[in-house]
Ligand binder design. Structure first.
Ligand code: COA
Length: 175
């Protein structure tokens, strides 16, 4: 993107608290209209610094968008087995939306996924208005999981990054 004011880089496990604070605020500001209050609170408890510490040590990778030193956007990818990746988190600070931050995070997320030998990505979204955003970026709507986690509805979207799995995924099952 031209005249871009943000930069994107990896966020290490040492910044798990920063990620969880960012996610806590996103949940507060952006999920209150789509989730029941008790679902928001439950997710805020789940996505703690301890969650991200463990996840980043194990099988997750986080990309952060920064303006100067401030974290303004995140993309978190979980590497599953068989060449499949789960986009665990995507979110951009309200003040920096509609400037291409999430699009760039998704673009770099695809590159990251390919470098991890993933050929397929999937994610969930609770917000119907996000569906076209993802469709415009190569995802397809698979369906809806009604009454799923905490009784909330989740739309499932998936993207094929490569026709066939990487040969490597068969060589060693697991991560
Ligand atoms: C969904 C979300 C991640 C999008 O982030 P974003 O950084 O605003 O996304 P982008 O700027 O890349 O794109 C958003 C729209 O702005 C448009 N846009 C991008 N750059 C623009 C610019 N410079 N000027 C005007 N519009 C622009 C894009 O075309 C896009 O519209 P489109 O989908 O119709 O093409 C953000 O709204 C968010 O964090 N929402 C709350 C959390 C959430 O729902 N996360 C996803 C959970 S699954």
């Amino acid at each position: 993107m031209k005249n871009r004011t943000f930069r994107i880089g990896n966020i290490g496990v040492d910044r798990a608290l920063l990620i969880s604070s960012f996610v806590f605020r996103l949940l507060q500001e952006d999920w209150s209209d789509v989730f029941k209050p008790q679902s928001v609170r439950s997710y805020q408890q789940i996505f703690s610094a301890a969650y991200f510490t463990e996840a980043l040590r194990k099988d997750h990778t986080a990309l952060g968008a920064f303006v100067k030193e401030e974290l303004i956007g995140i993309y978190i990818l979980k590497k599953e087995f068989g060449g499949v990746g789960f986009v665990d988190w995507l979110g951009v600070d309200k003040r920096f939306r509609r400037q291409g931050v999430a699009s760039e995070l998704l673009r770099l997320g695809d590159q990251l996924a390919l470098s991890l030998k993933l050929h397929f990505l999937y994610l969930y979204t609770e917000r119907k208005s996000n569906i076209s955003f993802y469709e415009n970026r190569g995802f397809k709507l698979i369906g809806t999981l009604n009454n799923a986690w905490f009784g909330e509805d989740e739309c499932v979207l998936a993207k094929q990054l490569k026709d066939q799995p990487f040969a490597e995924v068969y060589k060693k099952v697991g991560r």
